[in-house]
Ligand binder design. Structure first.
Ligand SMILES: Nc1ncnc2c1ncn2[C@@H]1O[C@H](COP(=O)(O)OP(=O)(O)OP(=O)(O)O)[C@@H](O)[C@H]1O
Ligand SMILES: Cc1cn([C@H]2C[C@H](O)[C@@H](COP(=O)(O)O)O2)c(=O)[nH]c1=O
Length: 210
């Protein structure tokens, strides 16, 4: 049984993960890799339904622990139904957000605790951690400015949080980088899309050579 490569993209709102993922996929395919792009929460029917519940801007009453559990439930289903089968087929999986989002957003920004959120996610993912995480580093202000300029984008419940929340998310990601220095590779996401893509491919080429 061949084993693929599990790559995740992380970072604050508007960092450019989704845009860059399309370019990274294209570049990796040119190099001959079989790439599957997906996202969290979502990527499959059940998880997309959970996404709608979590991100509905009218669900202002949602409890933080409920939020963390819903993300973990969507993650479990997506992993079992889509990610693990693709990895077993030897594919490269590019996943827009994964466990680090829960650790930064629910663990640190919501104040549930990174270790507590880690432990509920252990039930969801077992030992299935990414081989490499591209951390798209951009200040919350710059990321949110990009989103504001993207008039076609739907505004979700988490976008509506105040600046203090987004600053905490950013702080959460800094903590995670210190905790997982080898897995989390920093990409300067304030650069042009061309430079962000090139830097990402440079990092991934080294991982793919291993
Ligand atoms: N390198 C870049 N420079 C300038 N603008 C960019 C860059 N990358 C993406 N953008 C623009 O920024 C906006 C947000 O990009 P994108 O949706 O890819 O970010 P994201 O990290 O996936 O955001 P979110 O997680 O909040 O959905 C889009 O309008 C996109 O066109
Ligand atoms: C996986 C995951 C996501 N989030 C947050 C981050 C964003 O605000 C939304 C997802 O929207 P996107 O446009 O697809 O980036 O959900 C989170 O708080 N916790 C998570 O585990």
């Amino acid at each position: 049984m061949s084993k693929g490569l599990f790559i995740t993209l992380e970072g604050p709102e508007g960092a450019g993960k989704t845009t860059a993922a399309v370019e990274i996929k294209r570049e990796l395919e040119t190099l001959g890799f079989d790439v599957m792009m997906t996202r969290e929460p979502g990527g499959i029917k059940i998880a997309e339904k959970i996404r709608e519940v979590i991100l509905d801007p009218t669900h202002t009453e949602m409890d933080s622990r409920t939020e963390a559990l819903l993300y973990a439930a969507a993650r479990r289903q997506h992993l079992a139904e889509k990610v693990e089968p693709a990895l077993k087929e030897g594919r490269v999986v590019l996943c827009d957000r994964f466990i680090d989002s829960s650790l930064a957003y629910q663990g640190h920004a919501r104040g549930l605790g990174i270790d507590e959120v880690w432990s509920i996610n252990q039930f969801a993912i077992g030992s299935m951690m990414p081989d490499c995480t591209l951390y798209f580093d951009i200040t919350p202000l710059e990321g949110l400015k990009r989103i504001e300029q993207n008039l076609g984008r739907e505004v979700n419940r988490l976008d509506l949080e105040g600046m203090a929340f987004h600053d905490k998310v950013y702080e959460g990601y800094q903590i995670l980088q210190e905790r997982f220095p080898e897995r989390m590779q920093r990409i300067d996401a304030s650069q042009s899309l061309e430079k962000v893509t090139a830097d990402s491919i440079k990092v991934l080429s080294a991982v793919l050579r291993k």
